[in-house]
Design a protein around this ligand. Structure first.
Ligand SMILES: *Cc1c(COP(=O)(O)O)cnc(C)c1O
Length: 432
């Protein structure tokens, strides 16, 4: 499989090059030249196929030119070494638990695959610096995937006050080749600093930089796998409706990719918090990026979703087919906290704030579409473990005990203003 840019540059690159480069030369995102259609037989017999084999079948359709089958098998055993169970929370309401990986969020799936790819594809003699901005979960997932890997430095930027205590501790206590920078600015500013770094000619002469952000093709492809695992475990008689808590649109567009490969998804629901750029777009047809605002589902505090171009590409820049596949709803912090409380009281199931937003959006969708989706069944993605967000869960359920098994290692972080020159000096310093 070869890859091209969403912006129309037709020069084709390998999976290896698309992964290492991150962005195409015209600043578009990489997409496969064509989307592989999986065999109907394969999709209909998922129930009897082992998870690793499913992952291998899907991923190999994208990477077989660059990773030999035996190596891919080993990689996949290594990456998918945790469960991704589908749990019925309430009548017809299913939670796909994507938080059983090492850093307790769905980001582990894509970040671990990307980390293994970066390590494989790098020249043995070179020192590679992985630069990434995080709203909380990407940083720890990428850091955990690349921790102690020889020849690799990881630099993580996070917004001051924008991540939970648990998330901060996960990133700052690793040490070794992981450097963590707390930026006195919002997540969108962190993302902008990273973009500026990649565009800076002088910096890129001195340091070999690579990105691990949610636009990276390796993360995107790996994330499509669990949509198939959800279907495998789902009620075969129910319509496949999947609610996805949405920020940068990496997760949702990976679902769309799965659908285009042949997964029989009837409807996606894009669930947002007050950062509702995509909800407004789908509801009104007007796409307008906005500065992000802070919410209790902080990993979705995105005002300019970086995978928007991929979404548009997948639907031929046309709103009508997007509307046919995706509905979108947005919820306040108050609603989110209430949902955590109500669901726990009713069912004993503890949602994290992101899962709570996707739960609410699924309910809203099913309520609004009783005639067409009479079975009233659907799946919401539970993207993080509630213990990562103890502060918010405690607001909903003050008496609940949430173990905070935070690492005993001494946390280390560097504080920085929103100043590119200072970041540049730091990157050069850390990478030498
Ligand atoms: C990153 C993240 C999201 C949003 O995913 P996108 O791919 O950015 O849309 C949702 N929930 C959690 C817990 C996350 O870490």
């Amino acid at each position: 499989m070869k890859y091209i840019s969403t912006r129309g540059d037709r020069s084709m690159v390998s999976f290896r090059e698309a992964t290492i480069k991150g962005l195409a030369p015209d600043n578009g995102l990489y997409v496969p030249v064509e989307i592989p259609r999986l065999d109907i037989d394969f999709i209909q017999s998922l129930k009897s196929i082992d998870n690793h084999e499913i992952a291998e079948h899907i991923i190999s359709a994208f990477v077989s030119d660059d990773i030999a089958p035996a190596d891919l098998s080993r990689l996949i055993l290594d990456i998918f070494d945790f469960e991704i169970p589908l749990i019925m929370v309430d009548e017809g309401i299913w939670s796909l638990e994507l938080f059983h990986g090492p850093t307790l969020s769905f980001k582990d799936v894509g970040a671990r695959f990307l980390a293994r790819c970066i390590y494989r594809f790098k020249e043995t003699s070179e020192l590679l610096t992985v630069l990434v901005a995080t709203s909380g979960d990407t940083g720890s997932a990428v850091a955990s995937g690349l921790w102690k890997m020889p020849g690799i430095r990881v630099i993580i930027l996070f917004p001051e006050g924008g991540v939970s205590k648990f998330q901060e501790s996960q990133m700052t206590t690793l040490g070794d080749n992981i450097s963590v920078i707390e930026v006195n600015a919002a997540f969108d500013d962190c993302q902008q600093l990273v973009k500026t770094a990649f565009a800076d000619k002088e910096l890129n002469k001195k340091v070999t930089l690579t990105s691990a952000n949610s636009i990276n093709i390796a993360r995107w492809i790996a994330q499509s796998v669990y949509y198939f695992l959800a279907y495998k475990q789902y009620d075969p008689d129910a319509e496949l409706v999947i609610s996805v808590p949405t920020g940068n649109l990496g997760n949702l567009t990976a679902g769309v990719l799965a659908k285009k490969m042949g997964l029989p998804v009837r409807k996606f629901v894009a669930a947002t918090n007050r950062n509702r750029v995509i909800t407004d777009y789908i509801q009104t047809g007007i796409y307008e990026t906005k500065p992000s605002v802070t919410t209790v589902s902080n990993a979705m505090d995105v005002g300019a979703p970086s995978n928007y171009e991929r979404l548009m590409y997948l639907y031929g820049n046309d709103l009508e087919p997007i509307r046919a596949d995706i509905q979108s709803f947005s919820f306040s912090d108050e609603n989110t906290i209430r949902a955590i409380r109500d669901v726990y009281r009713k069912t004993n199931y503890l949602l994290d704030p992101h899962g709570a937003v996707s739960y609410l959006a699924l309910r809203e969708f099913l309520n609004n579409n009783k005639e067409e989706f009479g079975s009233g069944s659907g799946i919401f993605l539970e993207t993080a473990h509630p213990k990562k967000f103890a502060e918010t869960v405690k607001k909903a359920l003050p008496l609940i005990a949430i173990p905070q098994d935070i690492s005993g290692n001494k946390p280390e972080k560097i504080s920085l203003e929103n100043d590119f020159q200072k970041l540049k000096d730091l990157i050069i310093n850390i990478s030498s």
